[in-house]
Ligand binder design. Structure first.
Ligand SMILES: Cc1cc2nc3c(=O)[nH]c(=O)nc-3n(C[C@H](O)[C@H](O)[C@H](O)COP(=O)(O)O)c2cc1C
Length: 142
C-alpha cells in the first residue's frame, strides 16, 4: 500500500475486535506518527497508551459516569456555536447516515444515547490512545 492508497481508503471505524495489538506494532505506529511536522519543531504532543487492565478500569469508570447521564461541560467548544452551511449540513448528514445505517430512528433518543455511550468504550477497541497538548499551547499547536 502506498500513501495515496492509505489516505483514500481511510475511514472511521466504530466497532473493533478485541484482539490484542502487539506492543511492537503500537511502538511502530507511534514512532511513525512522531515524524509529523510541528511549528518550530515543538513536538508539543504527549501520547498516553492505555491497554489491558488499565483500559478495562477506564472503560468501567466511563460506563458508570455516562450511565448517570452526560452532563460534563466541555472546557472548550467542540464546534463553533453557530455552525453555518455547508458545515452544518455535513454534520447533520453524517449523523443521519450513521443512524440510518444502525437502524436507529431519529426520534429514538434512548437508542441514540446507547450508541453515543460506545464512544466512551472506545467502540470495543483493545487500545486507547490519548494525544494531549499542555494547557498553555494554542491553536497552532493543536
Ligand atoms: C477530531 C475528530 C474528532 C472526532 N470525534 C468523533 C467522535 O467523538 N465520535 C465519532 O463517532 N466519530 C468522531 N470522529 C469521526 C468523524 O465523525 C468522521 O471522521 C467523519 O464523520 C468523516 O467520516 P470518515 O472518517 O469515515 O471519512 C471524529 C473525527 C475527528 C477528526
Amino acid at each position: 500500500m502506498d500513501v495515496q492508497q492509505a489516505v483514500v481508503s481511510r475511514r472511521s471505524v466504530r466497532d473493533f475486535l478485541d484482539t490484542p495489538v502487539p506492543e511492537a506494532m503500537l511502538r511502530t505506529v507511534i514512532e511513525t506518527a512522531t515524524r509529523s511536522p510541528s511549528g518550530g519543531n515543538l513536538q508539543p504532543w504527549h501520547l498516553h497508551v492505555v491497554t489491558g487492565d488499565a483500559l478495562a478500569r477506564l472503560k468501567a469508570l466511563m460506563q458508570e459516569k455516562v450511565s448517570k447521564g452526560f452532563n460534563e461541560v466541555p472546557e472548550y467548544e467542540i464546534y463553533p456555536p453557530k455552525l453555518q452551511s455547508p458545515y452544518r449540513d455535513r454534520r447533520f448528514e453524517v449523523g443521519e447516515l450513521m443512524y440510518r445505517q444502525l437502524e436507529i430512528p431519529r426520534e429514538d433518543k434512548a437508542a441514540r444515547f446507547e450508541w453515543f455511550k460506545r464512544n466512551f468504550q472506545f467502540f470495543g477497541a483493545p487500545v486507547g490512545l490519548f494525544c494531549t497538548v499542555d494547557d498553555n499551547m494554542g491553536p497552532p499547536q493543536w
